[in-house]
Design a binder for this molecule. Structure first.
Ligand SMILES: NC(=O)c1ccc[n+]([C@@H]2O[C@H](COP(=O)([O-])OP(=O)(O)OC[C@H]3O[C@@H](n4cnc5c(N)ncnc54)[C@H](OP(=O)(O)O)[C@@H]3O)[C@@H](O)[C@H]2O)c1
Length: 314
């Protein structure tokens, strides 16, 4: 999949007005509202609906999609391969650091070793049908929620960056991002040239505010996962925050839309990848890019208390 049209700050390569306005990930101009493909695992019984959802996202001005080989063992990557055309200019971002584990107690297992990262990039290239993945996030296992590294899966960050840098030199990946990384880890990785950070973050989970500020200063895109608080029970949900429901009522919008609008207002380097398997929710999430929040509403939302997120999902 190579881009044949020229995207601009206002329009995607497909010619749609940018969802949420224009942003950047590395050298790629992208719409600030993208799409997280993980929820498409739930549409494994309805492939046509999943493809239609991805096509609708492109029509609505999305050109940045987050995925992983371990989302339903390549199924989601296969959807992306089949749904997007080169002229859509979609910037596909994948992640390495875990492998699919179909039939296991959870559908993924740690794969942090350098040779496993390389093999995972190859798997992603194959299932996505790409010669180069525009951006690959190194998914560390440093922070909750999710798997923890043990034994030979405890790998030094420098060793991992060495293989990702080599893969970038070989042209197999376009740029490197980090996920579930600590502030120290990010600082250590900066010389490798990091274009994005994908950590858990939302209005109700703001433990990484200091790291976010570093990313603003370094012009690194901040692409939070669980921007709404995820589909997992037990995770704090943005839609439950009283300031969010109050703002939604007064603006005539939904609480999810207000949560996404707050993120867009919070910092200029914020790029969104909300996940949904529902076409109506996709449209609502993209429409959140048009919401204006006045100073009083922003102050009320800012005052929402951040909650701990130490849930083990494994
Ligand atoms: N780097 C990592 O370790 C990592 C970890 C997790 C996820 N991710 C990425 O981050 C993306 C976003 O995270 P996520 O999908 O787990 O969580 P999320 O975006 O915070 O929330 C998804 C949940 O919110 C619901 N939802 C979405 N839009 C809605 C709307 N407008 N109104 C009401 N409900 C709505 C979805 O249900 P419906 O399907 O019914 O809309 C789903 O239950 C993922 O898709 C994935 O690409 C990365």
């Amino acid at each position: 999949m190579t881009t044949t049209a020229t995207p601009s700050p206002e329009l995607t390569a497909a010619g749609a007005p940018r969802a949420g306005g224009g942003g950047k990930i590395g050298d790629h101009p992208v719409s600030r509202i993208g799409y997280g493909a993980m929820q498409l695992r739930r549409l494994s019984g309805d492939r046509a609906a999943a493809i239609a959802l991805l096509r609708r996202a492109v029509e609505l001005g999305v050109d940045h999609v987050d995925t992983a080989q371990f989302y339903a063992d390549g199924f989601v990557n296969g959807l992306i391969r089949d749904a997007f055309r080169p002229e859509d200019g979609v910037v596909v971002v994948s992640k390495v650091g875990a492998d699919p584990s179909p039939g296991g107690p959870v559908p993924l297992r740690p794969a942090q070793r350098p040779e496993q990262l390389r093999a995972s990039v190859e798997d992603n290239l194959k299932s996505l049908g790409l010669e180069r993945i525009p951006v690959v996030n190194l998914r560390r296992l440093d922070t909750r929620p999710g798997l923890r590294a043990e034994g030979d899966q405890v790998v030094d960050l420098d060793d991992q960056l060495a293989v990702l840098t080599a893969l970038r030199d070989e042209g197999k990946i376009g740029a490197i991002g980090l996920s579930a990384v600590t502030l120290d880890g990010l600082r250590r990785a900066l010389p490798a040239g990091i274009v994005c950070v994908q950590n858990l973050y939302s209005l109700v989970a703001r433990g990484d505010e200091e790291m976010l500020r570093l990313c603003v200063d370094e012009r690194i895109a901040w692409v939070p996962f669980f921007p709404l608080g995820s589909a997992f029970p037990g995770m704090p949900k943005v839609v439950d925050a009283p300031a969010v429901t109050a703002a939604a009522r007064s603006l005539g919008r939904t609480p999810s839309q207000v949560g996404l609008a707050w993120l867009l207002h919070h910092t200029p380097n914020m790029l969104l990848i909300p996940g949904t398997a529902d076409a109506g929710h996709l449209e609502a999430n993209i429409a959140a890019g048009t919401i204006e929040l006045d100073d009083a509403t922003l102050a009320a939302l800012d005052a929402t208390e951040s909650q701990p997120v130490d849930l083990a999902l494994d």
